[in-house]
Write a protein that binds this ligand. Sequence first.
Ligand SMILES: *Cc1c(COP(=O)(O)O)cnc(C)c1O
Length: 419
Amino acid sequence: MFPLIKKPKKVIYLDYAATTPVDPRVQKVMRPFENEVFGNPSSLYRQGREAAESINASRGDIANILGVSRNEIIFTAGGTESINLAIFGAVRGCLQNYKNNLKKIHLITSAIEHPAVLESVRELQRQGAQLTVVDVDSEGFIQLDKLFESIRPETVLISVMHANNEIGTIQPIAEIGKRLAKINSTRFQEGLPKILFHTDACQTAGVLDVRPGLLGVDLLSANGSKMYGPKQTGFLYVRAGVVVSPLIFGGGQEYNKRSGTENVAGIVGLAKAFVLANKEQKKENKRQETLRDYCIQKLNKKIPGIILNGPRSNAAVSLKNQNAASMRLPNNIHFSIPGVDGEALLLYLDSYCVAVSTGSACSSASNDPSHVLLAIGRTTKEARGSLRITLGKFTKKSDLEYLIKLLPELVAELQKVVS
Ligand SMILES: *Cc1c(COP(=O)(O)O)cnc(C)c1O
């Protein structure tokens, strides 16, 4: 049953979209804050001031890259928290304009959002809010006509992810932002409130240009654990003037939007990770795209009937000109493979020390087929037979050569069992 292929000496990790290892340079800058510099940033003596200054510098580094002001950056404990603060915070922030009646407000999102977004808007829907979930096409791109047709006078928030964590589709956020700005200026003349625009950039911060000015967003969520930073760290960008009500009340830290003693080591690590990722992103993206396309081509040839999920065309265009460029994340490969169970395949690969995902790590607790794959038109069966391979900065060509050798043989064996 098992192909006679020698196991690699080290684990071949190909699940960078789930999380990334912490960069050693990030670990190094965090270390002092784990012991020597332990002061509470709110304390006035030196230990506290040092901690506060480090947070301030970290905030400045992130703001600089984003081309925004420091006080537009709110540190949180990860992507999910940033997203919850963006969605619930923005809705609560505008609710008094609607007589505190959730039924009077309308939200728009896409069908392939991360559960952090989908479950947040669904919770608001359960509480009475109106919700439109816009379909995507067969490659995962949001249907723009449907998105703009769904806007109503009572629409307060649109949330569309920058890139999908399962199939790697990069959404035209800047285009949506531009069209929305026009709609908002008309609404202003009509005396209607502005529609806020949030993007979940957890898969793109550090990979693509995520400057809010370029994207035309009011709110942007990011996390450290996908960019070689520490887990449970993240930030939310909130455009100056946008009211976001806090979810966590207390001492008033983070401009009163997220109380509690700051995770100083985590914040310093997050900022370092973001700075490094932005410095290295052009070169690294190009390298990963080459590896990605090589791997896609080889597997396409070697595994009969295999279907590439996500953007199919243009996969090899460079990211230099982002508007016309590849609309697939540089590190993403996602296949449906006929006649195999994705989970079985994952476990066999694990026994060969290769770590991949069946689709989305976030839904591994449930047995339901991926909502993303169903949304792009895959059958339940195809969705269950899928594999996500995501590369990172420690991925070598030899890692992929190993996968290209092993995977077709494993698939052939598994297909025999099924048939
Ligand atoms: C990982 C991820 C999240 C959640 O981030 P956490 O830091 O795990 O809370 C949200 N959205 C996308 C697109 C992600 O990839």
